[in-house]
Design a protein around this ligand. Sequence first.
Ligand code: AMP
Ligand code: ZN
Length: 480
Amino acid sequence: MYLYNSATHKKEEFKTHTSGHVEMYTCGPTVYHFAHIGNLRSYIMEDVLEKFLRYEGYDVNRVMNITDVGHLASDADTGEDKMLKGAKREHKSVMEIAQFYTDAFFEDCKKLNIKRPDVVEPATNCIDDYIKIVSSLIDKGYAYLAGGNVYFDTSKLPRYYIFNDHDEEDLAVGVREGVEEDTNKRNKNDFVLWFTKSKFEDQALKWDSPWGVGYPGWHIECTGISLKHNGEYLDLHCGGVDNAFPHHTNEIAQSESYLGHPWCPQWFHVHHLNTTSGKMSKSKGEFLTVSLLEEKGYDPLSYRFFCLQSHYRKALVFSWENLTNAQGAYQKLIKKIAALNPKDGEADAAVVEEYKQKFLQQVGNDLNTSMGVTALYDALKAKTNDATKLAILGSFDEVLSLSLLEKAAALREKESQSTSAAGGYTITGEGDPAIDALVLQRYEAKKAKNFAEADRIRDELKSQGIEITDTKEGASWRRV
Ligand code: AMP
Ligand code: ZN
């Protein structure tokens, strides 16, 4: 596959350290509130990427952290810990908040068909790992103690800015408007590895450390968790584009300084979901959740379909109108698939493979998911039998995860029951319109007292292995 790499600013052929195996890391949610559909856009696209790599034949180890400590309100290491803010808002403990919103996050993921990563690790589980890394960074001269906190010294690196070509002034988070500068820092972009002192004294979670009782900074979490579960050589690191600086930049700085060798060559960043008033963000307080979409009558998978229609490297504007259009297109697609007859022939493996190769090429061009959606319509138009079309659609859905075959089968079943319900005669069967039609003909023959015809139809069905049972509402049939 070819993937845009934010670290080199180029689209490149995807490579791994070990042939056929991908070590993948994803920055997980900060669990002080519900995930909004912007966060979930990032997780949907990362999910498609993971599934695409598996579809290509890679074996993937995907690791995700859960940020339950250390993510402060400002990226410049100031302000309150977001978790504490959530706990105060809801008059609960930090750990209660963390558990509640972690569960809520995975429930949302389930509704959006986002697979749970192989490893999910709460940041508070790995304090010893961070302490080990921070101690080593101090020993090697990359970190210093000031005002009770441990800072990473960015001036020690020949190349600190990885992801963009902006100058230091543009990037300096410490001097952003409205953000108070931390006077302990030797350089503007130095960042905290371990806090013992901060402006607020009521931090709920604290641990002992060689530098006093305190808690880890947000960036060190991802380094610690990735090194623990992915090993020293990571192949692919993912996150929303707002994480590129300073979070990912700092992850690289500390990981490579600690390891003494390059860490992760490929970086995948998903661009933002915006509303007409700008980036959707939790801290703004007003944001859209999966539950709200459901309350308004949307199928969460319509939102997944909406995300797949556009490229991950372009900002996506959300509006109810756009979502309504996506839902309409998604439902129409399901209807078209439901109209295919699963009993129409046998799936032709060679044709399925031919379509798979084309899909791999098209979607493998920098995760072009809109081409993936187009491929679904191409499959519907293929000059082949319905069983093969369904096999192709099922194959593509291993990557797109739109529950296409399940939803189409449910619709087929529902339609076969309701069509057969004409005149109060309900047929329940295994969702085959041709059989339903014969059962109905038999009923009509009986009604017209044409018993010879009714028996003939019964025999014909029997010869096809169908057994009919007359019921109170009509008839039910099954294959025996
Ligand atoms: P957080 O829970 O704030 O740590 O964010 C979780 C993930 O969502 C991170 O990868 C962010 O970069 C990403 N993210 C935050 N806001 C948006 C947005 N509006 N659109 C897309 N991704 C976002
Ligand atoms: Zn991270």
